[in-house]
Ligand binder design. Structure first.
Ligand code: GLU
Length: 490
């Protein structure tokens, strides 16, 4: 039987690391096994839906290259793929469970339920619905309905049932039904809850494997009870271990200590191939030592039996290393396009900065940066109207020999109208002859005076990119500001 898997985000926010990893693993399994990858938007919790969030999910999945075979935009034989468009599909299934006595209408008000919750808190018990409406007769239901009470539909959880399933990550799982209270299947607005919709959808869409985050593990027993109530076969489950912070602590959705959303990585210029490669190793390991994989290679070697049980620690340095690797592999045009967009967004494109300048900046800094967005900050010392001096640079500027070098450099740049790498290198050699200073002390001194930094990319090329006029202006200007006060008397 051909496998069918799905990524089923709720459109309540942005695609985050965990969601992207879930989508990737589902995609890889489908590719590996010649199966079908489906995207379904689980939007039945309308209070939490965010407008157009579904489009954001699709856009980011497209960016990652995780193309789906069925989904809300392209349709498919098992649609619709927005749950809110499936309400009439769910209704007969709700009716069936009610008529078989496996579900029942509940008339409890929010206040009554709150009182129950408070009471169990007072007794230090985990809250479970009391079952107050479980055995109402038709007459009692009519009366409560006539009182104008809203009704929900609750699933009647069978007593004393052992719920067992084998999880591809966690192994054999066992839960007792007595820990589960009768839960709401249809809300008072008539819309099914996630638990009910997900089971009906997965069954009707013939999903064979449910690969999702560990946070859904505790939902699975309830869902299995619904499968059982219908007499349906359950899919194979795989609950992916959590992604943890570098400290080993759980990563909450609101944590801002690391970037969590694909949108953020995209706008910083991370490449999708690096994101996929990084994500695949968060919770899965290949058989050999290989660490760098294309999407095709990942699909070829992916298997559920190599998923990890323990949490996967997020490692920014590894992501940056991978992204740097993929940047060096990428077509330069692609990086230039990305960088141009970023410079435009920052309003940094003007007469001094054009596409050629950016291409040169990339060849100057490409080796050193972990994502294209860093180019913008790398370009800053080159684009600033005035040099901003770091503390280290300021200290250097106090030294007589640095001021001597700066002065000599300025004189030579003014005399020589040509501006290319060979000419600048010659200027350096001449300063060396004149001052006797060379190597690091010479280069660092010039860097400090012109760029205000003591470290940075290749000096000759940085000067070239800055342009002769600006170099003269900066040297002159720093002199005017008295930074070379001693140079003035030189
Ligand atoms: N809609 C759920 C979520 O966004 C996914 C549920 C599932 O995969 O079963 O977390």
């Amino acid at each position: 039987m051909s496998i069918r898997v799905r990524f089923a985000p709720s459109p309540t926010g942005h695609l985050h690391l965990g969601g992207a990893r879930t989508a990737l693993f589902n995609y890889l399994l489908a590719k590996k096994r010649g199966g079908t990858f489906i995207v379904r938007i689980e939007d039945t919790d309308q209070t939490r839906n965010v407008e157009k969030a579904d489009l954001g999910f699709l856009e980011n999945l497209r960016w990652l290259g995780l193309h789906w075979d069925e989904g809300p935009d392209i349709g498919g034989d098992y649609g619709p793929y927005h749950c809110m468009d499936r309400l009439n599909i769910y209704q007969p299934y709700v009716d069936r469970l009610i008529s078989e006595g496996k579900a029942y209408p509940c008339y409890c008000t929010e206040e009554e339920l709150e009182t129950e919750r408070q009471e169990s808190m007072r007794q230090n018990r985990i809250y479970k619905y009391s079952g107050k409406c479980r055995d109402l007769n038709a007459e009692q239901r009519r009366t409560l309905g006539q009182e104008g009470r809203k009704k929900t539909v609750r699933f009647r959880v069978p007593e004393g049932r052992l719920i067992q399933f084998s999880d591809d990550v966690r192994g054999d799982m066992k839960f007792g039904s007595d820990d589960i209270g009768d839960f709401i299947m249809v809300k008072s607005d008539g819309i099914p809850t996630y638990h009910f919709a997900v089971v009906v959808d997965d069954h009707l869409m013939k999903i064979t494997h449910v690969i999702r985050g560990e946070e859904h593990l505790s939902n699975t027993p309830r869902q299995i009870l619904i499968y059982d109530a219908f007499g349906w076969e359950i899919p194979q489950f795989a609950h992916l271990a959590l992604i943890l912070k570098p400290s080993g602590k759980k990563l909450s959705k609101r944590d801002e200590s690391i970037l969590q959303f694909m949108d953020q990585y995209r706008s910083l210029g991370y490449l999708p191939e690096a994101m996929n490669n990084f994500l695949v190793l968060l919770g899965w390991s290949p058989e050999g030592e290989q660490e760098l994989f294309t999407l095709e290679e990942m699909a070829a070697s992916f298997s559920l039996d190599r998923l990890h049980k323990s949490g996967a620690i997020f490692d920014q340095a590894k992501l940056d290393w991978m992204n740097n690797y993929y940047m060096r592999q990428a077509d330069p045009e692609r990086l230039i396009d990305l960088a141009v967009t970023m410079f435009q967004q920052q309003g940094l494109i003007d007469d001094r900065v054009d596409v050629r300048w950016i291409a040169e900046l990339i060849s100057l800094c490409g080796e050193r940066i972990s994502h294209v967005g860093e180019l913008v900050s790398m370009a800053e010392p080159l684009l600033r109207a005035e040099t901003v001096y770091s503390e280290d640079a300021m200290r250097l500027l106090e030294e007589d020999q640095v001021q001597m070098i700066a002065n000599s450099f300025l004189e030579k740049v003014k005399e020589d109208h040509e501006w290319n790498a060979i000419r600048i290198t010659d200027l350096m050699k001449n300063i060396h002859k004149e001052t006797g200073l060379k190597g690091r002390s010479l280069y660092v001194a010039i860097r400090a005076v012109v760029f205000g930094e003591t470290q940075g990319p290749d000096l000759i090329h940085s000067l070239l990119l800055l342009g002769r006029e600006t170099v003269i202006y900066r040297l002159d200007h720093s002199k005017m500001n008295g930074i070379h006060s001693k140079v003035n008397n030189f």
